[in-house]
Design a protein around this ligand. Structure first.
Ligand code: PGA
Length: 232
């Protein structure tokens, strides 16, 4: 299992440093090489013993006149080589189009980044049935090279993000099995993953890891989730 913590617009530079210190301590005796955190841009730092630090966002240029954005020059300072692309909050709130997202993807692919590529559907689409669901999800792969060797796909139904309502095993299997039948990439599930739900999620064969928001914000809680997720 792989574990990814998306801090979103939470935590500061100071609290992220403390978080990394705490998680390294909590997981000192745990054998797990696949723990990633995505702090806000102001809190980016070098990866540490147990934790790989990635970026929540990046523009498709090395540097330049792009107010509010960061690019390779800023990421290189911290040796960052992992990035989230296509998160639903950036699609829905920041208005990123599929075309724009594909440009980012291709740019970071050229730079050989590990890309966590997120897809997910809103509730009204899910309620329309399977055909509508897969049509919506597969449109989010337009312009994306799913055979890229460093892509990890994250399926995050929008109705499960930050709502406390995690998708059921059946909901997750429906999408993950379909994705597995088409792509060889690892596939993460995200959406209200908690310490209490990790045990059932990890049992799903087509789930290779989890992308966690709220339940990752406290280092001790996230460490607990990781430990539970690792028990065979
Ligand atoms: P959540 O967020 O765990 O708070 O639902 C997940 C995500 O948006 O990546």
């Amino acid at each position: 299992m792989k574990f990814y913590a998306n801090f979103k617009m939470k935590h500061t530079r100071a609290s992220t440093s403390k978080y990394i210190e705490d998680i390294n301590k909590e997981l000192e005796d745990v054998d797990c090489a696949n723990i990633y955190i995505f702090p806000p841009a102001t809190a980016l730092q070098e990866s540490s013993k147990k934790v790989v630090v990635g970026a929540q966002n990046g523009y498709f240029e090395n540097s330049g006149a792009y107010t509010g954005e960061i690019g390779i020059e800023q990421l290189d300072e911290f040796n960052i080589k992992t990035i989230l692309i296509g998160h639903s909050e950036r699609r829905e709130i920041l208005g990123e189009s599929q075309e724009f997202i594909a440009k980012k993807f291709n740019f970071y692919k050229e730079k050989n980044f590990d890309i966590i590529y997120c897809i997910g559907e809103p509730l009204e689409v899910r309620e329309q049935g399977e055909d509508a669901l897969f049509e919506y999800l597969f449109a989010q792969f337009e312009g994306i090279d799913t055979s890229y060797s460093n892509i990890t796909i994250a399926y995050e139904p929008i109705w499960a993000i930050g709502t406390g309502i995690s998708a059921t095993t059946k909901d997750i299997e429906l999408v993950h099995n379909k994705l597995k039948s088409k792509f060889s990439a690892d596939i993460l599930y995200g959406g209200s993953v908690k310490v209490d739900s990790i045990e059932s999620i990890k049992e799903i064969e087509s789930v290779d890891g989890v992308l966690v928001g709220s339940a990752s914000l406290d280092a001790k809680e996230f460490a607990k989730l990781i430990k539970k997720g690792l028990i065979a």
